[in-house]
Unconditional design. Structure first.
Length: 285
């Protein structure tokens, strides 16, 4: 077993032992009790993962926060082994408002103007047009700007007073970190949560000044049709990642119906759904 697979299994073990518990009638906590397909796939998925399940009940919000933290830790640990592929100073964090980062600094100024410099009626009209643009992603991956010393490691490419004087990658131009990736974590997916993920993604795309960060969704949702509500289509989310896609594919073939199998195959073959172990490599591109 290689290093990545060991790290992936440890990630699964932590999720099983801390987040997943059994409801009545032996139904795993990420299942929708109103859906037979969700219950069947969830039960089979827990058996396939083959780790002990948490004895205590984990409430929905607590499970969501735990899923964010475990996902962030897994990605950070794997990405650390890819720094030779993607050099730089990186920081992984949870729940930071995007206005602190280079591409979105102007949003902080806009918020200040809306709060203090516009009369109340105009403020309401502007907010209705602009929407809720201040996104706070579940997980952010940030790149720190480079000092001239770092830039000049191979040769004296630039001098302190020289150009380029606008790029945010150069620390002398900007102290703000660059948002490299925004990751939304969905322990389960319902229609309202699917819409939230798309809204966040579109706000990141529309309101940026500079490059678009990677925009991804990570989920533990067992039902292919609900994963498809976020995964299918292009233009907002780069890709959806399942915490245990390889195991999910196996169990859907065993206990899923024909439609569920087709949906899952379509998302995977259409490059809209990948496993969590693909995400660190996609972040290194």
């Amino acid at each position: 077993m290689d290093k990545l697979e060991r790290m992936r299994r440890e990630f699964h073990k932590k999720i099983c032992t801390t987040l997943i518990y059994m409801k009545r009638d032996n139904i795993p906590s990420m299942a929708d009790v109103a859906s037979e397909g969700s219950k069947n796939i969830s039960r089979a998925l827990v058996r396939e993962l083959d780790f002990a399940i948490s004895k205590g009940k984990t409430e929905g919000q607590t499970a969501g926060k735990g899923f964010e933290d475990l996902t962030k830790d897994f990605l950070e640990k794997v990405f650390d082994y890819l720094r030779h592929v993607r050099p730089g100073q990186w920081r992984f964090s949870v729940h930071e408002e995007i206005s602190a980062f280079t591409q979105y600094k102007h949003l902080a100024e806009l918020t200040h103007i809306l709060k203090t410099g516009v009369e109340k009626n105009a403020r309401t009209d502007l907010k209705s047009v602009l929407g809720d643009y201040l996104v706070t992603p579940d997980i952010v991956i940030l790149r720190k700007p480079l000092s001239d010393k770092e830039v000049n490691q191979k040769t004296r490419l630039i001098s302190p007073s020289g150009k380029p004087h606008l790029t945010p990658l150069r620390k002398i131009n900007s102290e703000s970190e660059i948002l490299h990736a925004s990751i939304s974590c969905k322990w389960t997916i319902r229609s309202d949560r699917a819409q939230n993920a798309r809204t966040e993604a579109l706000n990141l795309i529309r309101n940026r000044k500079g490059n678009t960060p990677h925009i991804a969704v990570v989920t533990a949702e067992p039902l292919p049709s609900r994963i498809a509500s976020i995964a299918l289509g292009t233009g907002d989310v780069d890709c959806v990642y399942h915490f245990a896609l390889h195991e999910l594919q196996k169990v859907v073939k065993k206990v899923g119906n024909e439609t569920e199998q087709e949906q899952l195959d379509m998302m995977v073959n259409g490059r809209r759904l990948r496993d969590i172990d693909d995400l660190p490599f996609d972040l290194a591109t």
